[in-house]
Design a binder for this molecule. Structure first.
Ligand code: HEC
Ligand code: HEC
Length: 288
């Protein structure tokens, strides 16, 4: 036994600096990951703010037409969170919607959008999460209505609605437009609320960003395409101001789900990134 342990130690030791080195080679990973974390809006869903829950320890209730999801703990706690996940496990959860044990993740975790993120962004995000305090908070089971509670049916959903893999830039378009599209479609997952869903909960690509009568908490989510009755009638400055402060041109403040998006996400972006989102939204095909 002792000899085995020595051999294992001899084999493992030289590996350690190499494994650590993968991140050490990118000293700005945690800082970059912090920005990705904000742009992708992870905090709100994974924190039970109402009950004073610890950041990222999960437990927030998400009411949907399929039942109530309780978000899991995504702190680096090894027993309750994702502390034992490898880089590959993490990337696979976002790309393919799979847990390390191969079970499918419910698409209430918006990986159908996040799948478009680059490997670099995903690994930076992991570096940031693993630099946060671990919270020893156990996960709560979801409260879903059958058959929507049946995890084994989720692969069928994925087969219909998930196109795994990062989204390539469109070389014919300016860099700001590509950046804006990436922020809207991959990180900001704006369509998860602003695009209506089919009966089975897939996004209706024909109504991309065209507004959703049945958004989170049953709220109506407005049309943000370039239609004059959507946000097409707004100036670039109006849109950028809304993303920064939540103020609409009529002097209202957006509330509910969008208030949270502004607070946790779009207000935290650089002015350049907000301008990129506006540049992209202005080109989204207008829908009534
Ligand atoms: C709209 C709410 C929402 C947002 C935004 C969201 N998640 Fe989640 N996430 C969920 C739900 C719900 C689950 C549980 C899915 C399941 O049980 O299959 C989940 C599952 C996960 C898991 C799998 C954990 C496990 O133990 O199986 C990870 C990792 C994760 N999310 C990380 C993140 C990160 C990082 C972000 C930001 C990039 C993020 N999530 C954004 C709702 C969300
Ligand atoms: C969690 C759901 C959710 C997400 C994600 C979301 N939104 Fe919203 N959004 C809403 C809701 C709900 C409203 C309506 C708020 C109100 O009227 O108080 C709204 C309103 C808006 C408005 C104002 C439109 C109008 O006509 O009043 C804009 C612009 C907007 N969102 C852009 C975005 C962008 C860009 C993103 C991605 C970065 C995004 N939203 C992500 C739910 C969401």
């Amino acid at each position: 036994m002792r000899r085995l342990a020595r051999i294992a130690a001899a084999l493992a030791l030289p590996l350690l600096p190499a494994a650590g080195g993968a991140w050490a080679a990118e000293p700005d990973s945690v800082a970059r990951g912090a920005y990705v974390f904000q742009a992708a809006g992870c905090l709100g869903c994974h924190t039970d703010e109402k009950a004073g829950g610890l950041p990222l320890a999960g437990g927030r209730a998400l009411k949907t037409p399929f039942g109530t999801f309780f978000t899991p703990n995504i702190t680096p706690d090894p027993d309750n969170g994702i502390g034992r996940w490898s880089d590959a496990d993490f990337v696979r959860a976002f790309r393919e919607g799979k847990r390390p044990d191969g079970a499918a993740l419910f698409p209430a975790f918006p990986y159908a959008s996040y799948t478009r993120m680059t490997d670099r962004d995903l690994l930076d995000l992991k570096a940031y999460l693993f630099a946060q305090p671990a919270a020893p908070v156990a996960n709560k089971p979801h409260d879903l209505t059958p058959p929507f509670s049946w995890r084994f049916l989720v692969p069928a959903w994925q087969w219909m609605y998930l196109t795994p893999g990062p989204m390539p830039d469109d070389p014919a378009k300016p860099a700001a437009w590509n950046r804006g599209r990436y922020l809207v479609d991959a990180q900001g997952h704006c369509g998860e609320c602003h695009t209506p869903r089919s009966l089975l909960g897939g996004l209706d690509g024909d109504r991309y960003l065209g507004g959703n009568p049945d958004g989170p908490d049953g709220d109506k989510v407005p049309n943000i395409t370039a239609h004059p009755k959507g946000d097409g009638g707004w100036s670039d400055g109006d849109l950028a101001l809304l993303l920064e402060t939540g103020l609409t041109p009529e002097g209202d403040v957006v509330g509910g789900a969008m208030g949270e998006v502004v607070r946790n996400t779009t207000s935290k972006l650089t002015a350049e990134d907000r301008a990129a989102i506006v540049a992209y939204l202005k080109t989204v095909p207008p829908l009534e």
